[in-house]
Design a protein around this ligand. Structure first.
Ligand code: GLY
Length: 350
């Protein structure tokens, strides 16, 4: 088992390996003695609950915890106020106290909603993350961003609330469809393009299939490094949004029919092209990013004109007055936050 330490205000560990789910109760209890004998509420969705809940539940019961479960419908539409309120009412009905724990068992939707509930129930209780998708393992389960969606857009209400520990059993990725797995591949290679050419090359040459634990651990280590520099997303953490400014616009244009990872892949390819246009990276670098993403299986055709994406990008969270922070590659393994004037962005996209 590999262990990555995340050095946030309250540090925590991420456990990565094969066959960990049946031992999850003892791994967490050993790391967190205050968990012993407590009530835990497993929150999961209608896809994941039937697959893994029994194993996780038994494992916690074996350590002496009282285990409750709460199922939400699978899908992004579950990240809403009504469901969040229902989760909170369920916790209150069980008389869950401040010393008890919530457990997010699932992908990003389950993690974001459970983290939000944990951050506000009784003004904050502990929670654990057990990501079951590659995307959640390398991104949303680490770093403490929680959210629900608003009518105006995704993730527009939320908190920063770090989990007390994260466990990632990479065997579960074997049951993901190729499409869902690819979403995680996009977020994984993002780390390589951002800061680590070797990681980029390893992923490109099939590392996520034949050396998954080490690759996932490297991605999480890099996320941890960036998050510990800027836990509350006021600076360096923006780097994690490589490909996301264009990607979010593509997702929104498609009414979220295009998945997050796929949109981010198209966004990273566009970021390379824009960087080249601005004279920040070579044409060879931009072409290499596009070719690598295609090799990994992404169709990078952007179905929307750039001027349409531009209109949506104006509402991006990274806009500050008349500039917007783009994350642009200077080389593979060296990306930087680059403020671009809105007029310049308009020029590039028209
Ligand atoms: N998913 C980007 C971040 O955690 O900041």
């Amino acid at each position: 088992m590999l262990v990555q330490k995340i050095q946030t205000g309250k540090p925590y560990s991420v456990y990565i390996g094969n066959g960990l789910l049946p031992q999850v109760g003892s791994i967490f209890t050993e790391a967190l003695p205050d968990l012993s004998g407590k009530s835990v509420v497993i929150i999961s969705d209608s896809n994941v609950m039937p697959l893994y809940c029994e194993t996780v539940k038994n494992s916690f019961q074996d350590t002496g915890c009282r285990v409750y479960t709460y199922e939400i419908p699978a899908g992004e539409t579950s990240k809403n106020w009504t469901l969040l309120g229902e989760v909170l009412e369920y916790l209150a009905g069980l008389e869950i106290t401040r010393s008890d724990y919530l457990i997010a068992l699932g992908g990003g939707v389950v993690g974001d909603l459970t983290g939000f509930a944990a951050s506000i129930y009784l003004r904050g209780i502990s929670f654990l993350q057990i990501p079951t998708t590659l995307l959640a393992a390398v991104d949303s389960s680490v770093g403490g961003k929680t959210a629900v969606d608003l009518k105006a857009g995704k993730n527009l209400a939320g908190t920063f609330w770090q989990p007390r520990a994260v466990l990632c059993d990479t065997d579960v990725f074997g049951t993901l469809s190729e499409k869902i797995f690819l979403d995680g591949v996009a977020e994984s290679i993002k780390y390589g393009i951002l800061r680590d050419k070797k990681l980029y090359e390893n992923i490109l040459h099939g590392g996520l299939k034949n050396n998954c634990n080490n690759i996932v651990a490297s991605c999480i280590a890099m996320k941890g490094e960036i998050v510990s520099e800027d836990e509350f997303d006021r600076g360096t953490r923006e780097l994690l949004n490589l490909g996301h400014t264009f990607g979010h616009a593509i997702e929104a244009c498609s009414s979220y029919e295009i998945s997050h990872g796929h949109a981010v892949a198209i966004g990273m390819s566009i970021a390379g092209k824009v960087s080249c246009q601005l004279g920040l990276c070579s044409e060879a670098c931009s072409e290499e990013i596009t070719a690598a993403l295609q090799t990994l299986g992404f169709d990078l055709t952007c179905p929307y004109p750039m001027d349409t994406l531009y209109q949506i990008m104006l509402r991006d969270k990274k806009r500050r007055g008349n500039t917007i922070d783009l994350i642009l590659p200077f080389e593979i393994g060296d990306c930087r936050i680059y403020p671009v004037a809105i007029e310049k962005l308009e020029e590039i996209t028209h």
